[in-house]
Design a protein around this ligand. Structure first.
Ligand SMILES: [Zn+2]
Ligand SMILES: [Zn+2]
Length: 337
């Protein structure tokens, strides 16, 4: 039944499992007890009997999975010991409340990264390397072609594109995932150019985050009865899945841009029917992954998400004991809600 057994944690058909404590980390099938790194749909799935997450991540998990779920919180740096195994959450810098999970048993330490990035986005608690023996790392963008620019540079490009659209009498349609990317974009937008409107899927998430006491820049939800005039010179923040739907028609004439790590790939923008692509990701780039791996001091690395085979081979060439693991995590995909 087990895909492979490897020590303190193992990869089973339900997810990453600690048998000593009978606990799963981001399981993809229903389990008794789940530690959740963050609220994205591939990590935070329905049907578990008990959830444990950071206090910052819990509201969005509850919003997405329903108020009836049993969820408890554990702040960054605090530990919970289950049957002698010590679990703690440490900042992953990916989205609000996103955590790495540290697992310690009889002096051996494993860390599950979840999704992470090293650049401080001003919203997520910044990534902290956690020393460990074994590091289970995502590698969504684990190829040398993925090199992110400084976010300030990307935001300057986005704002320039917005200004140019405004000057040309066009509405700017900017897409990003509803949880994480959309809020990060909001912080980078220069609202002296014009007002920012949001798709309902994004505004719902904004409301949850504001209710946590976090101040987000001002936004207005697009309502069905709004007159076309009101959108002149504005920027509409929407989800990637809304592109190509009739929802966009009312904003004509417009220009569509996507903000995603995938925009670094040739052809990605065209395939997704966008006029512009901005390379902005909430995952670590190639240098970020290598810096994170080396900062843990881990001698064993297990790769998940994305280029697992190529990235683990690269690590082996660097003299590390590395292998890939098959999971049901998805990289930076189209987030539905
Ligand atoms: Zn994620
Ligand atoms: Zn993920």
């Amino acid at each position: 039944m087990f895909i492979f057994q490897m020590g303190l944690l193992e990869f089973t058909e339900k997810g990453i499992y600690c048998s000593h404590a009978d606990v799963y980390i981001d399981p993809w099938k229903p389990v008794k007890k789940a530690l959740i790194t963050h609220g994205h749909a591939d990590h935070s799935r329905p049907g578990h009997q008990y959830y444990l997450a950071t206090p910052e991540a819990a509201p969005i998990i509850r919003y997405r999975l329903g108020n009836e779920i049993r969820i408890q919180t554990l702040p960054f740096g605090s530990a919970q010991t289950i049957n002698g195994v010590k679990f703690s959450f440490h900042p992953a810098g990916h989205i609000i409340g996103s955590a790495q999970v540290r697992v310690e048993y009889k002096g051996e330490v494993w860390v599950v990264s979840g999704d992470y990035k090293l650049e401080n986005d001003g919203l997520s608690t910044p990534f902290e390397p956690v020393p460990c023996n074994v590091f289970i790392t995502e590698c969504t963008f684990g190829l040398p072609i993925y090199q992110w620019k400084d976010q300030a540079e990307v935001f300057a490009e986005i704002n320039q594109w917005w200004q140019e659209n405004k000057d040309a009498g066009k509405v700017s349609i900017l897409t990003g995932y509803a949880l994480g990317k959309a809020q990060r974009l909001l912080f980078g937008l220069d609202q002296s150019i014009g007002p920012v409107f949001t798709h309902g899927a994004i505004e719902n998430v904004n409301e949850i985050i504001r209710a946590q006491g976090i101040t987000l820049p001002e936004t207005q939800r697009v309502e069905a009865d709004m007159k076309k005039r009101i959108f002149e010179g504005s920027l509409i923040l929407t989800t990637p899945s809304s592109v190509g739907t009739s929802w966009l028609q009312r904003f004509k004439p417009y220009s569509v841009a996507m903000a995603s790590g995938w925009m670094a790939l040739r052809g990605a923008r065209r395939r997704r029917a966008a006029d512009r692509g901005f390379v902005l990701s909430d995952h670590a780039d190639w240098d970020g992954l290598n810096a994170a791996v080396s900062a843990t001091g881990a001698s064993r690395i297990i790769t998940t998400h994305g280029y697992t085979n190529l990235y683990s081979r690269w690590l082996v060439e660097q003299g590390l004991d590395a292998m890939e693991a098959k999971t049901e995590f998805e990289g930076e995909v189209n987030d539905v809600t």
